[in-house]
Unconditional design. Structure first.
Length: 391
């Protein structure tokens, strides 16, 4: 037991001596080059990357290597295909050690180095990569050509090498899509008689420029133009919806004004039908129609709020619903007004028209009138005669 305790104590004392010192970016100078030197690559291209790690100063040469009997490992990764690596450790005043490896994830050990009693350390560690660029699934993407790191090293101590990868087919499809979207907006405005060619000149020019850059393989410029074209089309879409919403609002507002006049007319007709047996029923119908109209007016206030917030698509949808309800209300009001007109005419005729009688009834009435007149005249004649006799 005592022997084991001594071993444990020795392990604790020795362990710190074996631990590698943690390195950071301040310890390294990194140089790298990508061949061919292009702003963007396309899928299938073969490229090479030379990545060099050097001590930032002579004082750090020893730190880059491991400690005695404890080498420091350096790791290299890539997102490229068919990767082949040549890894080299160049010992200061001591020659090189190189290894050739394949795969996306490789490593090499940098060992402690001294000549005699003098510590020499590392002059340079390099990773030379040849690989094939994979196909990018989107218009542009950034891939990691080389990601480097080392044992007992801060995460971002060694910089990554990124390359731009372009997909020409996606570029072409995006240009086609933008042109189709622009055409859709043009047709939408033409259908509403709101089209202005001037509104589309700028975006057409931008898309044409993007296509020219693509043909010249200037992918970053082409991408910038497509982003600009997309923004311009978004603005045009907003302008299109704004124009349609404003025009539709004006049309619906006119319909509601017409309905308001019809309601006023029906209320005037109702005043003439107070003596009608169905007056209460007519009055209830009038109130129902007026409530429907008030509801539509309130909905129009909501549309104004949407337009103020530039929510033109939602405003258009609301206006279409209001328009449909207004059309329905207009039809109901037209029928109701027609009914009131008809009943008002009937009531007026009943006040001024004599009842129609058949000839027999007319003869009887005339006979009665004649009899009454004769009786009155006879009575007057008798009174006068009697008066004469008294005289």
């Amino acid at each position: 037991m005592r022997f084991i305790a001594i071993l444990v104590a020795l392990a604790v004392l020795i362990a710190p001596a074996l631990a590698l010192e943690t390195l950071s970016s301040k310890h390294f100078t990194v140089e790298y080059a990508v061949t061919p030197a292009e702003e963007c690559f396309t899928g299938g291209e073969k490229i090479s990357v030379e990545y060099k790690i050097l001590p930032k100063s002579s004082a750090y040469r020893i730190l880059l290597g491991g400690e005695e009997n404890n080498p420091r490992s350096y790791y290299f990764k890539t997102e490229l295909n068919d990767a082949f690596w040549r890894l080299v450790v160049d010992y200061y005043q001591g020659g090189e050690w190189d290894e050739e490896k394949s795969g996306k994830d490789v490593s090499i050990e940098a060992k402690y180095f001294k000549l005699g009693t003098e510590e020499k350390g590392i002059a340079e560690i390099s990773a030379n990569l040849t690989a094939v660029v994979p196909v990018c699934g989107v218009r542009l993407c950034n891939l990691t050509a080389v990601e480097a790191g080392c044992e007992e090293c801060e995460k971002d101590a060694l910089p990554q090498v990124k390359i731009c990868v372009a997909n020409e087919n996606v570029f072409k499809n995006d240009i086609k899509s933008l042109r189709a979207r622009m055409s859709e907006l043009e047709q939408k405005l033409k259908a509403e008689n709101l089209y202005s060619e001037e509104d589309f000149k700028s975006v057409k020019s931008i898309i044409d420029s993007a296509e020219s850059y693509l043909i010249a393989k200037k992918f970053l410029n082409a991408n910038a133009k497509l982003l600009e074209a997309n923004d311009s089309l978004n603005q045009l879409a907003d302008l299109t919806n704004k124009k349609i919403a404003e025009t539709l609002y004006s049309d619906v507002n006119s319909k509601l004004s017409e309905i308001q006049k019809m309601l006023l007319n029906s209320s005037v007709l109702l005043e003439k039908l107070k003596a009608h047996s169905n007056y209460t029923q007519f009055l209830i119908e009038q109130k129902t129609l007026e409530n429907e109209f008030s509801s539509l007016r309130d909905s129009m206030k909501g549309v104004v709020s949407l337009m103020d917030k530039k929510e033109f698509t939602n405003a258009i949808e609301s206006l279409k619903k209001i328009e449909a309800n207004a059309t329905s209300l207009n039809a109901k009001l037209a029928n109701f007004t027609s009914l009131l007109n008809s009943e008002a005419e009937k009531l007026q005729t009943s006040w001024i028209q004599l009842p129609s009688l058949s000839l027999p009834y007319i003869a009887i009435i005339v006979a009665v009138v004649v009899a009454i007149v004769v009786s009155i005249l006879g009575l007057k004649f008798r009174r006068r005669r009697k008066w004469d006799e008294l005289r």
